[in-house]
Design a protein around this ligand. Structure first.
Ligand SMILES: [Zn+2]
Length: 195
């Protein structure tokens, strides 16, 4: 994305005002261009979302499978990446066909992306975030101290296991979540940035 000379000048002025730093034309061109590119992506996403919501209204439906031409998407539950036509979209997000079937068959409640683990926990997190070795987790499941729900594909094979917070209160009392890692980096100007 190339910025006009006027836009570069404006970007330099804003940067100076906001951060008290002078950028060279080249720096302003590069950083400003990146910012515009970022907003273009956001804008495109907002447009896509709007188009999808419009379809819900028009066809009086609650959700639909996306178009095969739409870029691959990641399922909010199992985390697998699938082409558009294997991704069910509704107002709660994106779920792959297998997870969506498990929801419809009431194997699991209509789970969505749960970053804070307020409702459910993913299998890999039991190991990485709760410090429980997979072998220990299997043992705890046998002892019914950990309650997992296995998600199966059409052929009966298990592809993912989820743990509902409501069914694992005792376990969660005993094994607390590790604090999230803080990621910090220093930008070329020496500013500390935390993500
Ligand atoms: Zn899935």
């Amino acid at each position: 994305m190339t910025l006009s000379d006027k836009a570069v000048k404006e970007f330099k002025d804003i940067f100076k005002k906001e951060y008290g730093q002078d950028l060279s034309d080249a720096e302003a061109r590069e950083q400003g261009g990146r910012l515009v590119g970022f907003f273009e992506i956001l804008y495109k996403q907002a447009q896509t979302e709007y188009r999808r919501k419009l379809r819900l209204k028009k066809e009086k439906i609650k959700g639909f499978y996306l178009d095969p031409t739409e870029s691959p998407y990641t399922c909010a539950i199992c985390g697998e990446t699938k082409p558009g036509n294997e991704i069910w979209w509704d107002l709660n997000g994106l779920r792959c066909a297998d997870c969506w079937r498990n929801i419809q068959e009431k194997v699991i409640p209509p789970l969505t992306w749960d970053h804070d683990n307020k409702i459910w926990i993913h299998d890999w997190q039991i190991h990485s975030d709760y410090n429980v070795h997979p072998a220990t987790a299997r043992k705890l499941r046998r002892l019914e101290e950990l309650h997992g729900i296995d998600l199966k594909r059409g052929d009966g094979s298990i592809y993912c296991t989820v743990y509902l917070v409501s069914e694992n209160k005792k376990f969660l009392k005993k094994y607390s979540k590790k604090p999230a890692m803080k990621v910090e980096y220093i930008d070329p100007k020496g500013n500390k940035i935390q993500i």
